[in-house]
Write a protein that binds this ligand. Structure first.
Ligand SMILES: [Zn+2]
Length: 452
């Protein structure tokens, strides 16, 4: 069977089905009695199940948390785990974000790439597989969640109430597949005794603190020495203003994602560094520099570690002062071959001394399938067979995908290497040829997984 030519013949149908999903603004809304994520996600789920039903698949709605379309038979379930909710459209679109619009080989609309297009590609891959007459001795379940963008409560519900997925993928990442996702650990550092009057900076835990405002008593540090110290930092800018009895300090660094903190310049960390360099004697300045520091490697809490797939990263995102205590958020991405237990054992002896303390908030285990595991190989072979591209390989990332929310799967597509579909941005779009390729790749992937 030449799947690409069959898919070309089906493309108009695929796009009209996609337009039925795009027309629902499925941003999370206020919870209703039987719609945990509000009207929009439930309407999109209803539409998707209706399309799947029209295409001849059996469908189940799991209380509007998620739903699935299924075919095949047997105990094992090959899962394709996608999502129907979207992020807000935002202003500045060239077309109506909720009307699928076709222009020069692309279609535009919120969710066409993330992740409604993937749902249609998966449904048509299932249809082509069924129509081929090949025996299907496993169940193939397209599981559609309604809350990926706001906490993945949909998959928590499925894991509690649904049958386990044996193996599979989520088309909510990149080709040619993500075989590892680093573990996540969040911590908070607290001052015990400090002369710092206030220190506030950063907006989110998962980005480098790029701007920080600090006030210290004039008696603690010489402003001239402090300015000289700031001049030695990589900060974009800084200012030291003498007020009546205090110094008002502003520092501007560079933002970066918490998974790549070395690409940023942390305004809080370099403020601490400059205070120390200028001669300030302070417990929390010392604690910050010895435990958090300006390097982003976790060495200060005994966690410096790297494996073949990358190093542990350490990021201070937010600094706040409340009732005289300074509080700093810490976002750690730890290598795929470490475990939460090992990380805890490495960190615990270093988390408290007389000058400050750090609390572990939350740890998420890494996700890792070796490159030579059947799942990674089945998916990668499908990608290579359809695209001919062998230069890109399955990857390990520091961020997390939908794959982390349910056991047994990895992220595979649907964005191709070197393409930018403006996911989460205005003018989100999808190349129609790539949409066809996604479908062909998912068909091959299902065939490869069925053969296991
Ligand atoms: Zn997504």
């Amino acid at each position: 069977m030449n799947s690409i030519s069959s898919i070309e013949n089906l493309t108009d149908d695929m796009l009209s089905h996609l337009s039925r999903l795009v027309k629902h603004n499925s941003v999370q809304g206020p919870a209703l009695a039987d719609k945990p994520f509000g009207e929009g996600p439930a309407a999109a789920l209803g539409e998707a199940l209706c399309i799947a039903d029209e295409m001849g698949f059996s469908t189940v709605n799991m209380e509007n948390y998620c739903g699935y379309a299924e075919m095949g038979e047997g105990q094992d379930i090959i899962g394709i785990v996608a999502h129907l909710d979207v992020v807000p459209a935002g202003d500045g679109w060239d077309t109506d974000p909720f009307t699928l619009t076709r222009k020069e080989g692309r279609v535009y609309g919120r969710g066409v790439s993330d992740d409604k297009g993937a749902i249609i590609a998966a449904l048509y891959a299932m249809k082509l597989l069924r129509d081929s007459g090949q025996p299907i001795r496993k169940r193939i379940r397209l599981l559609m969640g309604c809350n990926e963008e706001s906490g993945s409560e949909c998959m928590k519900y499925y894991v509690q109430h649904g049958e386990p997925i044996t193996t599979g993928f989520t088309p909510d990442g990149y080709f040619p597949g993500i075989h590892g996702e680093k573990g996540l650990c969040s911590m908070t550092a607290y001052s015990k005794n400090t002369h710092i009057l206030s220190m506030n900076g950063g907006f989110v835990t998962n980005a480098v603190c790029s701007h920080c405002v600090t006030e210290v008593p004039l008696t603690c540090v010489d402003p001239v020495k402090l300015e000289a110290a700031f001049a030695k930092t990589p900060l974009v800018s800084s200012s030291v203003t003498v007020l009546k009895d205090r110094l008002h300090i502003e520092a501007q660094g560079t933002a970066a994602h918490a998974s790549t903190p070395d690409l940023g310049v942390n305004a809080a960390a370099y403020t601490m560094w400059a205070l120390k360099e200028a001669g300030m004697q302070d417990d929390f300045v010392d604690f910050y520099l010895s435990h958090l520091g300006t390097d982003c490697d976790g060495a200060g809490i005994g966690c410096k570690f790297a494996d073949d797939y990358g190093a542990l990263t350490f990021n201070n995102g937010i600094v706040e002062t409340k009732d005289g205590t300074i509080r700093c958020t810490i976002d750690i991405r730890f290598p795929v071959t470490l475990t939460a237990e090992k990380l805890k054992a490495m960190a615990t002896p270093h988390l408290e001394d007389a000058q400050g303390r750090i609390e572990i908030q939350h740890i998420v285990e890494p996700l890792f399938y070796p490159e030579d595991s059947p799942l990674v190989q089945d998916l990668y072979r499908a990608y290579v067979e359809v695209t001919g591209d062998t230069s890109h390989k399955p990857m390990v990332i520091g961020g997390g995908t939908y794959a982390k929310s349910i056991p047994g799967i990895i992220a595979f597509g649907c964005e191709f290497p070197d393409t930018d579909n403006h996911i989460h941005d205005v003018n989100e779009s999808l190349d129609i040829h790539e949409f066809q390729m996604q479908t062909a790749i998912y068909l091959k992937a299902l065939q490869n997984m069925l053969a296991e």
